[in-house]
Design a protein around this ligand. Structure first.
Ligand SMILES: Cc1cc2nc3c(=O)[nH]c(=O)nc-3n(C[C@H](O)[C@H](O)[C@H](O)COP(=O)(O)OP(=O)(O)OC[C@H]3O[C@@H](n4cnc5c(N)ncnc54)[C@H](O)[C@@H]3O)c2cc1C
Length: 392
């Protein structure tokens, strides 16, 4: 076992959030070491469709990556929100809110490739691919990280480390408490093609079984996110393509015509999960590792991007001897609290209020959607929140 002491900031996890942090720190010349469990390039083919808010686009612009990514991203110019079994609906339009787009759909693989390539240009970023952190122990003097690389165990102690592992790899960190609510629902994701062109409209439809979204992705495709009870989603996964497409038509209605083709179908469980505190001595936790949300409003990924950006700004403004100090960590924690909590509450509210079949609620929801459509202030606030978080 090798023992190392380093003055670099250690980032565990080089997904979109960890990589964004590493790059954002380069403007201030802050050296980082990044441990990534996957081999170089392993995520570049991941077709998962991320819904980027306009605020995330601005972060990527600041990193100098948007020119390269824009041709691969599909703008969302209108969001059409409706509910099954009711006439209430609302339209959110980019041009009514002074934005070129409400958001963008971009594949996880394209974003990862752009971030990975950009990181190669900075000598201040040392990436260790194929390195899996196995334990993180915050202590009073430093944070102690164990990791496995090329069959050997390593130990690393840093004055400051950031965990951005997506919340999957490590289990619980001593001293941190996680709250989790399982919805008992899964999300089925797939690319679909329909009869009608998408015209850069994203559809969000609330049904008693759970929300279903169609996000424009590429010239002709939509990325489908169909949520429902885990056992129902399991049945949908097993259907032949033809039967699946007619079930989708039945569930979604006629707005985009008939559904013609469907690509590979995948599913994942939906949960709301967050850490009560996103810091521990000498450690901050960001992105999906800190909070996981229902995908209903496309908030989770964007909150993670803002975590990375805000932490980088805070580190750049703090003298290195204070990195990881109690003062710095508590300032970071309070700067992120409102954004994270409001994202969690907003998505949970949408799931609870819009996805059940209580008759009174259904009428209220229809009224709510209709009202939203005629009250410009309410719409502006909703678009601002979805685009920029609480500062919107
Ligand atoms: C199956 C699935 C499907 C999803 N689909 C969608 C979708 O369709 N649309 C959408 O908007 N969002 C989707 N999400 C959410 C979205 O992927 C996340 O919001 C986003 O990836 C968060 O970025 P992150 O960098 O925090 O975490 P991640 O993207 O998970 O990145 C974490 C990184 O850390 C690395 N890592 C993990 N453990 C370790 C370790 N022990 N040591 C070192 N490195 C480690 C991983 O290899 C990975 O590169 C999905 C999530 C999942 C799990």
């Amino acid at each position: 076992m090798s023992k190392g002491l380093d003055t670099n900031i250690m980032i565990v996890g080089g997904g979109p959030v960890g990589a964004t942090l590493a790059l954002a720190l380069q403007e201030a010349g802050v050296p980082v070491t990044l441990l990534e469990a996957r081999e170089q390039g392993a995520s570049h083919q991941d077709q998962r469709a991320l819904a980027l808010s306009y605020g995330s686009r601005l972060i990527l612009e600041r990193l100098g990556l948007w020119t390269e990514l824009e041709p691969k991203a599909t703008p969302i110019n209108t969001i059409h929100v409706s509910q099954r079994g009711s006439f209430g609906r609302t339209l959110l339009k980019a041009n009514e809110h002074g934005q070129p787009a409400l958001g963008y759909v971009l594949s996880y693989g394209a974003l990862s490739a752009a971030l990975d390539n950009a990181m190669k240009n900075f000598p201040g970023i040392s990436i260790v691919n194929g390195a899996e952190a196995t334990a993180i122990n915050p202590a009073s003097d430093a944070v102690h990280i164990s990791y496995r690389h090329q069959g050997r165990e390593h130990a690393y102690s840093a004055a400051f480390a950031v965990l951005a592992d997506g919340g999957r790899g490590l289990g619980d960190i001593p001293g941190l408490q996680r709250e989790t609510k399982h919805y008992g629902h899964d999300a089925l994701v797939a690319k679909v093609q329909c009869e009608l062109p998408h015209d850069n409209i994203a559809y969000e439809r609330f049904t008693a079984a759970g929300p279903v979204a169609l996000l424009p992705n590429g010239d002709r495709d939509f990325s489908l996110v169909w949520t429902g009870k885990a056992e129902e989603v399991a049945k949908l996964l097993k259907l032949e393509d033809e039967a699946f497409l007619s079930a989708l038509h039945e569930h979604f209605g006629d707005r985009v015509g008939r559904f013609l083709t469907v690509g590979k179908r995948l599913s994942f469980p939906l949960r709301l999960s967050y850490l009560k505190s996103v810091t521990a001595p000498h450690l901050a936790i960001i992105g999906n590792a800190a909070q996981t949300m229902h995908p209903v409003a496309g908030q989770g990924f964007n909150v993670g991007m803002r975590d990375a950006w805000e932490l980088a700004q805070m580190l750049a403004q703090t003298v290195p001897s204070e990195w990881g100090s109690e003062n710095m960590l508590s300032a970071y924690q309070s700067s992120r609290k409102t954004d994270t909590r409001s994202g969690l509450i907003f998505t949970d509210f949408l799931v609870n209020v819009f996805s059940n079949d209580i008759v009174g609620l259904r009428k209220l929801r229809a009224l709510g959607l209709g009202l939203l459509d005629v009250v410009p202030l309410a719409k502006n606030r909703l678009v601002g929140k979805m685009s920029f978080g609480p500062k919107g």
